[in-house]
Design a protein around this ligand. Structure first.
Ligand SMILES: *Cc1c(COP(=O)(O)O)cnc(C)c1O
Length: 441
């Protein structure tokens, strides 16, 4: 590549026209902010279809996809078994508002995979899962305050949209307008990976704290692993103060292994939030925990939570088929090998080009931070060069690789990514990083 500045990809004419039409009817043309590509400048490509690890846009460009619908598509897009289950379910009626065997079946798969969960309630999104888990924690402890960590994203419920990650971080609105200050005041935000700050908070107001909610591995400020001992400290401190520990495993659940981050790090939370993979790409969330806590949820208990479409049969069956595929021998070993191939490749390329790149990865979640030092919390994430990331993003897209359109999001691998796809990705990255050689930053 030459030293010419990276252009925005010439968005195809159909993408351009369709997005302009969308923007006349939807705020920003999208139904979830990061999709609008604002963090990288320019306008998004409109997707026509996806199969395996490939996304095709409406102009016939094909991309190797590292978004995977932001996490759910761990077996790849349009997996035949998942498609078949959804088709079968649809032919039997798409929603009943009455119990089905499929809810029990998916619940059993969740309970068997995650020992800290005895009872589980299905909802329609990760947002609903965390919102409901917080309500339950407040109900059980009869306390109002909660602790969350800066840069962790737990969906967009009011109490949790305080110093949040993901799109909220990307757009510089970690504290959204419209969140009542009386409510936000009940949310204490602390730096991720700082157990002393948690200890300090509990020392001063411990008897008022209902729960600590955490992404056990952060994905929503880019990938930030927990420091050794951080999760164990949270477990110990919350237990000592009669406060609940909530692991938000909406992203990590069934991604870092069948038992999620809690199995990987050997820490049992009181409540677990799930979403993304358990719906196989359909709208599903869940929260669960031991009987003595979950029995406080209506209709057994006095913490109310409901949903017209919760436990939807199409969504349950997409989830069931997806989780079944995770049982294939060697599934997570394959993902790990691919993750390592991508990480090592990117590291080597960056070193060769003299580009400061922190490739942070846990299993099949990975972020390439354009930063001088490892990212351990919100403050260090903010040192990343987002202009450089944007240039990298577009250079990759031009070369047929679709990375997340924000520095502060994780890239995801799926079982459908072949070693050859990752090689292709690394060739594109080599080109993309070489374009930085002559540019000043
Ligand atoms: C995606 C995500 C959520 C929100 O889930 P939605 O289905 O988008 O509402 C919550 N927590 C974490 C950790 C997530 O990654």
């Amino acid at each position: 590549m030459s030293s010419s500045p990276v252009r925005c990809m010439p968005i195809g004419p159909r993408s351009k026209a369709l997005f302009e039409e969308a923007a006349r009817l939807l705020p920003g043309g999208v139904n979830s902010p990061v999709r609008a590509f604002k963090a990288v400048g320019g306008q998004p490509v409109m997707i026509e279809q996806a199969h395996g690890c490939r996304l095709d846009d409406v102009d016939g460009h094909s991309y190797i996809d590292y978004i995977g619908s932001w996490g759910p598509m761990i077996v790849g897009h349009a997996h035949p078994a998942v498609v078949k289950a959804i088709q079968e379910a649809a032919s039997l009626g798409v929603s009943y508002g009455a119990p089905t065997q499929w809810e029990t079946m998916l619940a059993r798969m969740v309970v068997e995979a995650i020992p800290s969960i005895e009872l589980v309630r299905f909802v329609n999104s990760g947002t609903e899962a965390t919102m409901s888990a917080i309500r339950l924690a407040r109900g059980v402890t009869r306390r109002d305050r909660i602790i969350k960590f800066e840069g962790c994203y737990h969906g967009h419920a009011d109490s949790l949209l305080v110093k949040a990650g993901s799109g909220a971080m990307t757009f510089g609105v970690p504290d959204s307008l419209g969140v009542p200050s009386d409510l936000a005041r009940l949310t204490i935000t602390l730096p991720y990976n700082d157990a002393d700050a948690v200890r300090e908070s509990f020392r001063s107001v411990g008897t008022e704290i209902a729960c600590v909610i955490v992404e056990p591995v952060v994905g929503n400020m880019g990938v930030v692993p927990p420091k050794p001992g951080f999760l164990a400290a949270l477990r110990e401190i919350t237990a000592a103060h009669g406060s609940l520990l909530i692991f938000d495993e909406v992203m990590t659940g069934f991604r870092l292994g069948k038992g999620g981050a809690q199995a990987l790090y050997g820490i049992q939370p009181d409540l677990t939030c799930l979403g993304k993979i358990i719906g196989g790409g359909l709208p599903v969330g869940a929260y669960g925990g031991p009987k003595k806590i979950m029995e406080q949820v209506a209709p057994l208990g006095s913490v109310y939570q409901a949903g017209t479409l919760s436990g939807n049969p199409l969504a349950m069956r997409a989830g069931i088929e997806t989780l079944r595929l995770l049982d294939e021998p060697g599934f997570y070993e394959r993902l790990e090998a691919k993750g390592e191939q991508l990480e090592t490749g990117l590291r080597e390329l960056a070193a060769k080009e003299g580009v400061a790149l922190q490739c942070q990865r846990v299993g099949s979640m990975c972020t390439a931070f354009f930063a001088e030092h490892p990212v351990i919390d919100y403050q260090t994430a903010r040192t990343a060069d987002t202009d450089r990331y944007a240039a990298f993003f577009w250079a990759m897209l031009e070369r047929g690789v679709y990375f997340p359109p924000s520095q502060f999001e994780a890239a995801f691998l799926s079982d459908a990514h072949a070693a050859a796809d990752i090689e292709t990705t690394l060739l594109a990255a080599q080109d993309a990083l070489a374009t930085f050689r002559h540019r000043q930053h």
